[in-house]
Each structure stands twice: as structure tokens, then as C-alpha cells.
Design a protein around this ligand. Structure first.
Ligand SMILES: CC(C)(COP(=O)(O)OP(=O)(O)OC[C@H]1O[C@@H](n2cnc3c(N)ncnc32)[C@H](O)[C@@H]1O)[C@@H](O)C(=O)NCCC(=O)NCCS
Ligand SMILES: Nc1ncnc2c1ncn2[C@@H]1O[C@H](COP(=O)(O)OP(=O)(O)OP(=O)(O)O)[C@@H](O)[C@H]1O
Length: 229
């Protein structure tokens, strides 16, 4: 199985690109969705976070006030690291479970949409790594427009992540999303054909069909050897 890493910065366009993959029948594991589940009221992650950050980050109905928690962690590196540490086991096991489900279904190529792919050192599990890059001014403008946020909040969120230029040096494929949606669609078509290239032998053996072939091969081999000797 080929596990394509999809990453970028906040509001660089990962979700837009991930929708394009889904529209082309390539399944996507979305780490943001898994992280949201990990903070749902009553979950293991919720209990840990509520205990560590106190009742101030909860709404009256007991759910986490994501805006409030966001303001705290995106302006304080130590608190952000604490939140990351508390949620990391739930996020990684959630990602692993989603990969397993897709493996069982026999998918050959899947995309892992993980904003913090490099920061969380998950890049070693994905190849190729696709980075959605955008110029800093466009990133800030799109983030403020999408989230209706102040410049200060938006800058805090951007600065909480590794810079997009550093990530660029570590990616295999860079999509420059500073232009129009039409430009993005055109660049995406090239990337899709690259991502859908035939599997390498290693990727094949890691797929469900490859593993089954290897297993059957061993059984047949043992039977043949038994018959000969
Ligand atoms: C702080 C929280 C509650 C804010 O929630 P909010 O709904 O405002 O934002 P949302 O979850 O949609 O995230 C938006 C984007 O913020 C960025 N982001 C999220 N968490 C982090 C983080 N810990 N460090 C840096 N950037 C982050 C990502 O680019 C993400 O796509 C939430 O982001 C969270 O629980 N973060 C910790 C979990 C995590 O690491 N998520 C990223 C998955 S790899
Ligand atoms: N090429 C583009 N032209 C204009 N707007 C765009 C383009 N690409 C993305 N956008 C818009 O920019 C915003 C951010 O894009 P998107 O939500 O895909 O980013 P993201 O990287 O998934 O963000 P996050 O890290 O917060 O999950 C959205 O409002 C989206 O509609």
C-alpha cells in the first residue's frame, strides 16, 4: 500500500486538495477529524485535557470550547506542547485504525492529511510527501477570511507551526497554492497521475493483496517442499 503524506500550513489549502483526492476516489485519512473526535466530550482525550486545563476551557454544556482552547494554546508554546502530548496517543491510534480499515478494504493508494506531519515526526511513514505551499500574505489573508479571525489570532496560529519554507525542503512534491482554484486544479491533475503511478514492489507487498499473495506463496512452497522430500 502507498501511504501518501499530505501536509502544509494552516489555511494553505490541504482540505481543498484532500477533497480533490476524494473526488478522484483516493481515500483520505484526516488527522484534524481524528483530533476532533479525540476531544469529544467523554472521550479519553477529553478527560485528560479537561483535567490538565481546568473547567475554564469548557462550555456550559461540558463540551470543550475550541475557540478558547485555541486562543490559549496558539499563544503559549508550553501549553501547546502539553495539549499535543496529551492528545498524541489518541490521534496516532486513531490514524492507525483508519489506515487498518482501508488496508482491510484492499485500497492500494491512500492519503494521510496530517497538518503536523513533520512536527509529529510521522513523515517517515509516508512516501511521497505532498506539501501544499502558499505565500505568507495569501496564507494570512485566507486564514483571516475563512475563520473570521483577527490578524493577531491568525499570526499566532501560523507561528505555532514549522515554517512552510522549511517544510518545502523536506517534501517530495510541492503544490504552490498561491494562485486561483483553477491553477490548483491543473497542478493537482499532474500530482494525481504521479501519486497513482504503479506500486513499487515494496508497496505491493505492504498492500492487502501483496500480503495475501506472500502468505499463499509460503503455503504453496511448504506443500511443494513436503511433497518432494
Ligand atoms: C486547539 C484546538 C482545540 C483548536 O481547534 P479549532 O477548531 O480552532 O482548529 P482545528 O482543530 O480545526 O485546527 C485547524 C488547524 O490548526 C492547526 N493546528 C491544530 N492543532 C495544532 C497544534 N497543536 N499545533 C500547531 N498547529 C495546529 C492545523 O493546521 C489545523 O489544520 C485544536 O486545533 C486541537 O485540538 N489541536 C490539538 C490537536 C492537534 O494536534 N491537531 C492537529 C492534528 S495533526
Ligand atoms: N487556490 C485558492 N484560491 C482561493 N481560495 C482558496 C484556494 N485554496 C484554498 N482556498 C480557501 O482558503 C481557505 C483555506 O483552505 P483550506 O481550508 O483548504 O486550508 P487547510 O490547509 O485545510 O486549513 P487548516 O490547516 O486550517 O485545516 C479556505 O477558505 C479555502 O476555500
Amino acid at each position: 500500500m502507498r501511504m501518501v503524506g499530505l501536509t502544509g500550513g494552516i489555511a494553505s489549502g490541504k482540505s481543498t486538495v484532500s477533497s480533490m483526492f476524494k473526488n478522484n476516489n483516493v481515500p483520505v485519512v484526516d488527522a484534524d477529524v481524528i483530533a476532533r473526535d479525540a476531544l469529544k466530550k467523554g472521550s479519553g482525550g477529553y478527560k485528560k485535557v479537561a483535567e490538565a486545563f481546568g473547567p475554564d476551557i469548557l462550555q456550559d454544556d461540558g463540551h470543550v470550547d475550541r475557540l478558547k482552547l485555541g486562543r490559549i494554546v496558539f499563544s503559549d508554546a508550553a501549553k501547546r506542547q502539553l495539549l499535543n502530548r496529551l492528545l498524541a496517543p489518541y490521534i496516532s491510534s486513531g490514524i492507525f485504525l483508519e489506515i487498518l480499515k482501508l488496508w482491510i478494504k484492499g485500497h492500494k493508494v491512500i492519503v494521510l492529511d496530517i497538518p503536523l506531519l513533520f512536527e509529529a515526526k510521522l513523515d517517515k511513514w509516508t512516501k511521497p510527501i505532498v506539501l501544499v505551499w502558499v505565500d505568507p500574505e495569501t496564507q494570512l489573508r485566507r486564514l483571516m477570511e475563512r475563520d473570521n479571525s483577527t490578524e493577531e489570532d491568525a499570526r499566532n496560529r501560523i507561528n505555532a507551526q514549522m515554517s512552510l519554507d522549511l517544510k518545502k525542503n523536506r517534501a517530495d512534491i510541492v503544490i504552490d497554492n498561491s494562485g486561483s482554484l483553477q491553477d490548483l486544479q491543473e497542478r493537482f491533475s499532474e500530482v494525481l497521475s504521479r501519486v497513482k503511478r504503479p506500486l513499487t514492489w515494496t508497496e505491493f507487498w505492504l498492500s492487502r493483496d501483496g500480503a495475501l499473495s506472500a502468505f499463499l506463496g509460503v503455503i504453496i512452497g511448504v506443500l511443494v517442499v513436503k511433497k518432494i522430500f
